[in-house]
Ligand binder design. Structure first.
Ligand code: HEC
Length: 460
């Protein structure tokens, strides 16, 4: 990778920015004590802190400006954050300059003006700091974990508004309530009227239909031709992968919804009832919106702590595809598609590493990986695994046996393996199992019937 000095310096912004914040707040404190005690030494110290703080904020403003060139920040928030930062550097410097020589300070006018400016600096620090937090942690980061009695005092963020949808799934508008919020959360920061990366604007239906530089952004009904889908399904290492610059990618569920929307003709007006969804898609929508249609209960995903980001990075470096399952969940969707041809030792090493985030793994695709008994033992150590793709692994009844430990597993694809009716005992022990794919296995009609009698949906 080529050295980019401006981005290199820019990346220190989050570090540098805290220096002037601390020093200027301290200057304000010293200044108040000095005024209260009428102490010249303290007043001098306050002035010195003000000077250092103002130089620090100039440095922070420059590094921030360089960092902003990397893109991917919300344009409006960035605008205000940037100008507040620049104003802070200028005003704090003026506050110092005015008081620099106080000998001729008639009626303390200069000191008073400087104090007012310093108070203004404190307000700017609070506002600018908050916007900086919003840029890095996203809107609503402050209220996200707030107790609900306090939360009700604040307006809902767009994401929370999305969750306050009409009680019936049928009246949810697919574009307005689902697709648009996804694009807003993940794409609009770089694709808006002010910042049209690739000449593409994604914050309006017109912009999406008009498309970008290459023209075929959206081809209704054709996910393969639509650049909008092509770009988000690429290997994350590909330079054309969207969102660019390592911004958080679409979750698996978001990707599924976007694909469905384009494949179904990309209608901008219909609601769910008008769209005549099949069961599977309807479930996807219900899942995304967080309610279970039949029982009118919320779908409850296991609550887990965030996965260790260092481990996730290492897994990605080992060419695993790791996506978060859904917004506001720490669960992961993991796929081995890019390592299917790696050596057995390498795959074992990856599985071993995966066990360091075992709580978080919710979906796992290890199809066509030539895994054996030992690997099945490792996989059965994933306590929250909900969906497992094991097709084409040369499994036998013996090698597949450890899977019985997967009590939470809901969906299993074990097709194209040489397993027989003997494995029925294994599946019966998976008490959570609701769906199984047995395509090209040696299961007999009778054994299938036994599973169906237990309420398991069998696909063949
Ligand atoms: C960090 C900034 C950034 C984010 C976030 C981002 N993009 Fe992009 N996008 C770019 C840049 C830069 C280009 C132009 C370079 C290129 O074509 O790869 C681009 C180009 C594109 C193009 C090709 C336009 C054309 O016709 O040539 C599509 C489609 C696209 N982005 C879709 C998306 C989608 C969908 C998302 C959200 C999931 C997204 N982008 C998020 C920066 C971003």
């Amino acid at each position: 990778m080529r050295t980019d000095w401006s981005l290199f310096f820019g990346s220190f912004h989050p570090l540098i920015v805290h220096i002037p914040i601390g020093i200027l707040l301290f200057a304000a404190l010293l200044n108040s004590i000095a005024a209260y005690r009428k102490n010249k030494t303290l007043e001098f110290s306050a002035g010195l802190a003000l000077l250092v703080g103002s130089l620090g904020s100039a440095l922070a403003a420059v590094s921030g400006y360089l960092l902003s060139a990397s893109g991917g920040y919300d344009a409006d928030t960035l605008f205000w954050h940037q100008w507040i930062g620049i104003a802070l550097a200028i005003i704090s410097f003026c506050a110092w300059w005015i008081r620099r020589n106080q000998k001729k300070d008639i009626f303390l006018l200069k000191t008073k003006l400087s104090t007012w400016l310093l108070s203004l600096c404190v307000l700017l620090i609070i506002a600018g700091g908050h916007l900086g937090g919003t840029l890095t942690h996203g809107e609503g980061y402050l209220t996200a974990h707030m107790p609900s009695f306090l939360k009700s005092l604040f307006p809902a963020t767009p994401r929370e508004q999305l969750q306050k949808l009409p009680p019936q799934l049928d009246s949810v508008r697919i574009y307005t309530n689902i697709i648009q919020p996804i694009l807003h959360a993940k794409c609009v920061s770089c694709h808006n009227p002010n910042k049209q990366k690739g000449d593409l604007v994604l914050n309006s239906a017109e912009g999406i239909m008009k498309g970008g530089k290459s023209g075929n952004t959206l081809v209704p009904g054709d996910i393969d031709k639509s650049e909008l889908i092509h770009r988000v399904t690429l290997d994350p290492d590909n330079s054309k992968f969207m969102p660019a610059n390592n911004q958080p990618p679409l979750t698996t569920v978001e990707l599924g919804l976007m694909k469905w929307w384009v494949a179904s003709g990309a209608d901008f007006n219909k609601n769910i009832a008008e769209s005549k969804l099949d069961e599977k898609t309807k479930f996807l929508f219900a899942f995304y919106l967080g309610f279970d249609e039949e029982s009118n209960k919320e779908i409850v995903l296991p609550e887990v702590a965030p996965a260790d980001s260092g481990i996730v990075r290492q897994l990605k470096e080992m060419k695993l595809i790791v996506r978060s399952l859904a917004a506001q969940s720490n669960l992961l969707d993991v796929s081995f598609v890019m390592v299917q041809k790696s050596s057995p030792e390498q795959k074992k090493k990856i599985l071993q590493k995966l066990l360091s985030v075992k709580e978080q793994v919710y979906r796992l695709d290890v199809s066509n990986c030539a895994l054996g008994n030992e690997e099945m033992k490792m996989i059965s150590g994933l306590p929250n695994l909900n969906k497992l793709e094991l097709q084409k692994n040369n499994l036998t009844d013996e090698t597949a046996a450890p899977l019985k430990a997967l009590q939470q597993l809901v969906s299993l694809n074990i097709g194209q393996n040489a397993i027989t009716d003997k494995s029925i005992a294994v599946f019966k022990q998976m008490t959570g199992l609701q769906k199984i794919n047995l395509w090209q296995t040696q299961f007999t009609e009778e054994a299938v019937k036994k599973l169906q009698d237990d309420g398991v949906v069998v696909e063949r």
